[in-house]
Design a protein around this ligand. Structure first.
Ligand SMILES: Cc1cc2nc3c(=O)[nH]c(=O)nc-3n(C[C@H](O)[C@H](O)[C@H](O)COP(=O)(O)OP(=O)(O)OC[C@H]3O[C@@H](n4cnc5c(N)ncnc54)[C@H](O)[C@@H]3O)c2cc1C
Length: 407
């Protein structure tokens, strides 16, 4: 990595942030012959990439549809994905010697190591002669006629165009601390409040203290002011504070936004989504085992014991001796555990943010700002958030590619 920069040099492109999207832009722009410098305030590039996919980097997903993204204009997402999709990303990796693999639609590097993707991006930047200024904070971007003055750690870098790739504001130790929003707001952009997404839900019910540690396949439905807004199915984790796991992550953005708006957020968990209440009754009455044994045959033992305790049912009883009222509570708990959500995980425990720069202020075909000519935006800094499953990194690659091509 080259150190220092020529203060007199006029760069073609200055990129703020050596994360996923910034490095992609740098590779593409430098590959097109542009003089590129990347400013990164952390001590190494791509720190967040290292944390992705539990250290394995789920870099994309074969099911790239606009529906897998939350954004106020799906055409914007479609325009972006049509220009550089997961197929192009995989081709880009494979053609440059990085093997990849697929598991249930999720795409990973063959090495199973996020570091291999990060190092791969850095090596392409080095090959193309891109300067990466580490430990360098960008604190202001000013425009004088057609030239940008990028203020960073006491110096000014002159550049014909600027790409802001500063990410969101989760896992601050990886560098995305929200400072990009301030830079862009100062330049006239509208920032939709960034809130934690892909995170856990904190619930009021005391029962969670006893359910802590259970993982099971279930369905979560999220309600705002008693209206269902989202649902997902998969492995749910019960914790002492509430619920977590991928299905919970997928619905969490709606909880974050609604709680921010001071609305009522509740959820319901179905521990047996593949069985309707009629079938559940048939199973409960289907043989002469005691009620505890019947529940053990359906759900996690610890869950069964907690449910029996809370319904006041003696597990040794026959189903025919259980009172109707108790049976109703038992089946309701199994099929529809009601939860009152009072918070989501914070920025340090969320994978992405919802919110960011209003996409109405960005051209979808170039990633150029509609407010300032030759200013480009990439990745999570804009108001688009993807589902869990490789969609957010693909957003970074796609927008990074487009900005790098057009800057
Ligand atoms: C724990 C975790 C796991 C994840 N796993 C996955 C996954 O498996 N698959 C997936 O698709 N997505 C995953 N994500 C989300 C994904 O990592 C991000 O959406 C993606 O990295 C965003 O890319 P970006 O380029 O916009 O920002 P980032 O990758 O966050 O990069 C922004 C860069 O800008 C730098 N920067 C910020 N402000 C300044 C400044 N003022 N001056 C200088 N530098 C600055 C930062 O230090 C950082 O290096 C995960 C996120 C987390 C937190």
């Amino acid at each position: 990595m080259k150190k220092g920069f020529d203060i007199e040099m006029l760069y073609d492109v200055t990129i703020i942030g050596a994360g996923a999207s910034g490095m992609m832009s740098g590779i593409i722009a430098s590959g097109n012959g542009k003089k590129v410098i990347i400013i990164e305030h952390r001590e190494q590039p791509g720190k967040k990439i290292l944390a992705t996919g539990n250290g394995r980097c789920n870099y994309s997903n074969i099911n790239q549809l606009a529906d897998n993204y939350h954004c106020k204009n799906k055409d914007f997402v479609e325009d972006v994905l049509n220009q550089f999709s997961q197929k192009e990303m995989t081709k880009f990796l494979n053609e440059n010697g990085m093997l990849t693999k697929e598991k249930n639609g999720y795409l990973y590097p063959r090495s199973n190591q996020a570091a291999s993707i990060r190092d791969f991006l850095v090596s392409l930047l080095e090959k193309n002669g891109v300067r990466i200024m580490l430990n360098t904070e960008c604190s202001d971007i000013k425009k004088d006629d057609d030239i940008f003055n990028v203020v960073c750690s006491g110096n000014i870098i002159k550049s014909r165009s600027v790409i802001v790739s500063t990410g969101g504001m989760t896992y601050k130790k990886t560098g995305s601390d929200g400072s990009g929003y301030k830079l862009l707001e100062k330049m006239g952009h509208t920032i939709i409040p960034p809130l934690p997404a892909l995170t856990a839900l904190y619930c009021k019910e005391k029962i969670f203290k006893e359910l802590k540690g259970i993982r099971l396949d279930g369905k979560i439905e999220l309600y705002v002011d008693d209206t269902k807004v989202s649902e997902d199915t998969g492995e749910i984790q019960l914790t002492d504070y509430g619920v977590s796991g991928i299905p919970v992550f997928q619905v969490s953005r709606f909880a974050a936004i609604s709680l921010y708006q001071k609305r009522k957020v509740t959820a319901s968990v179905d521990f047996l989504p593949e069985i309707d209440k009629k079938k559940l009754n048939e199973l409960l009455y289907g043989n002469d085992l005691n009620i505890r044994q019947k529940l053990y045959g359906m759900v996690n033992k610890k869950l069964a014991d907690v449910i029996l305790k809370h319904t006041g049912i003696d597990g040794n009883m026959s189903i025919y001796d259980v009172k109707n009222k108790q049976l109703k509570i038992l089946t309701d708990t199994l099929k529809n555990l009601h939860i009152t959500v009072y918070a989501t995980g914070d920025y340090e425990h969320a994978q992405v943010v919802t919110g960011g720069v209003d996409i109405n202020e960005i051209h979808s075909n170039t990633m150029e700002s509609k407010k300032i000519k030759n200013l480009y935006l990439t990745g999570e800094v804009m108001d688009v958030d993807g589902l869990c499953g490789g969609y957010n990194l693909q957003w970074a690659w796609s927008t990074g590619y487009i900005a790098g091509t057009n800057c």
